[in-house]
Design a protein around this ligand. Structure first.
Ligand SMILES: [Zn+2]
Length: 153
């Protein structure tokens, strides 16, 4: 049971005003059956671009009913997903190269290292842009995401 922010008497969780003093109460979190219902499109896009871990909300959004017709969120979720796959590819290529490369050649590792940094910078860039409510389409990955978005609708 919440308490009034002004007089401290107990108020109904769904009440907008205190029944004792009439002070407006801060909005309590509504009881959503679908936890995505309270999430704005803006917040959803930002969540997708959390480096590495953003793939989890991205997959949830792509699978959810709420965003089935939402072009904007679906595009960002797909773009985040493909960015993660690119990251995974670079990540899994590193140990394979360790065995394949000649002893002493560090060029492949340097290239992979640079690729990882580039992908990470893309993530941060997209995260910042999403936070500012701007949509960015990356080359290649963005095209793939756009194609996936239209195909699914
Ligand atoms: Zn009160």
């Amino acid at each position: 049971m919440p308490f009034c922010t002004n007089c401290g008497s107990s108020v109904d969780p769904h009440a907008t005003f205190c029944h004792q003093c009439g002070t407006r109460q801060p909005r309590t979190i509504p009881q959503y059956t679908d936890f995505l219902a309270g999430l704005s499109d803006h917040a959803a896009c930002v969540l997708c671009y959390i480096p590495v871990f953003g793939v989890i909300p991205a997959i949830i959004f792509l699978a959810s009913h709420k965003y089935r017709g939402n072009h904007r969120v679906r595009f960002d979720a797909f773009q985040a997903l493909y960015l993660f796959l690119a990251w995974l590819l670079v990540h899994s290529a590193a140990p394979a190269l360790l065995f394949a490369s000649f002893p002493g050649s560090g060029i492949e590792h340097a290239i992979l290292g640079i690729l990882k940094i580039v992908l990470f910078v893309c993530w941060i860039y997209l995260l910042v842009k999403a936070a500012r409510n701007e949509q960015v389409k990356l080359p290649i990955i963005g095209d793939l995401a756009a194609r996936s978005t239209t195909e699914q609708l």
